[in-house]
Design a protein around this ligand. Structure first.
Ligand SMILES: Nc1ncnc2c1ncn2[C@@H]1O[C@H](COP(=O)(O)OP(=O)(O)OP(=O)(O)O)[C@@H](O)[C@H]1O
Length: 237
């Protein structure tokens, strides 16, 4: 398994915010962690990235304990934060070149153009400074960066928040094609409908406990109604 949490516990400011969660995500899988505010979704991502240490249980990336090899975990993962921080005074190509050089993974100009084509960033948008660009364009550049880093694993924090419906559909199609290439995707979201559209598995997180898990049937997708009902019932409980 590329990502695995086993009875994982994490405390923040003295309070236990993950209370023994277990799940795993393999090659070519898209796993969506769904939950209300404060459920522990971002905390889970930060723990896989080694920014928070477990107070109990285990967290592994490619079979290696994250606390024991934080560098290895970060090298294996591309992280898409909710708001991509790109340099305003640089254009899309310059941002990509700059961040790739920081990650010590320089790429050719043709590879950069190919990635920008894959995320459907219009030719004329590639050479304009980022300043004033919409969230949709910024996110495309951030995904292009993840594609160019060519890591096996992608973590995404609320990737569709603030995107319009067309950008959301494009994003889901792209995420699926990345999974078809064998990437492992873990995303956290509030969006039940989007999670059902894109994920092969959904984990419902409530107050630091994984209370339900749903798996898509072979060749199909997870039923939105079922997840919605479970979400509402758990929140009301
Ligand atoms: N920097 C922090 N220091 C201490 N506690 C924190 C910090 N950030 C979050 N928490 C607490 O950890 C718990 C889980 O928060 P987390 O951000 O992981 O939830 P989330 O499911 O991602 O929520 P949201 O959907 O609101 O982003 C919450 O109770 C929150 O108050």
């Amino acid at each position: 398994m590329r990502l695995k949490a086993e009875n994982l516990r994490v405390a923040r400011s003295g309070a236990e915010v993950l209370r023994g969660i277990s799940f795993s995500v393999g090659e070519g899988e898209i796993y969506a962690l769904l939950g209300g505010n404060g459920a522990g979704k971002s905390t889970t991502l930060l723990t896989f990235l080694g920014f928070l240490a477990p107070s109990g249980g285990e967290v592994t990336v490619n079979g290696k304990s994250v606390p024991q090899d934080v560098g290895g975990a970060r090298q294996a993962i591309a992280f898409l934060p909710e708001a991509a921080s790109l340099y305003e005074h640089m254009n899309a190509r310059e941002n990509l070149r700059y961040f790739l050089s920081l990650a010590a993974t320089p790429r050719s100009s043709s590879a950069i153009e190919e990635a920008l084509t894959r995320v459907s960033l219009a030719e004329e948008a590639r050479g304009r400074k980022m300043k004033g660009y919409s969230k949709g364009v910024r996110q495309k550049v951030a995904i292009a960066l993840a594609i160019l880093r060519d890591t096996d694993i992608l973590l995404m924090d609320e990737p569709t928040s603030g995107l319009d419906p067309i950008a959301i559909d494009e994003f889901h199609a792209l995420t699926r094609s990345l999974a078809d290439d064998g990437k492992t995707v873990l995303m956290v979201t509030h969006d039940v409908y989007g999670a059902c559209q894109v994920a092969g598995r959904i984990g419902l997180l409530r107050r630091g406990v994984l209370v339900d898990e749903f798996t898509a049937p072979e060749g199909g997708s997870i039923d939105t109604e079922t997840v919605h009902r479970a979400f509402a019932e758990r929140e009301a409980a």
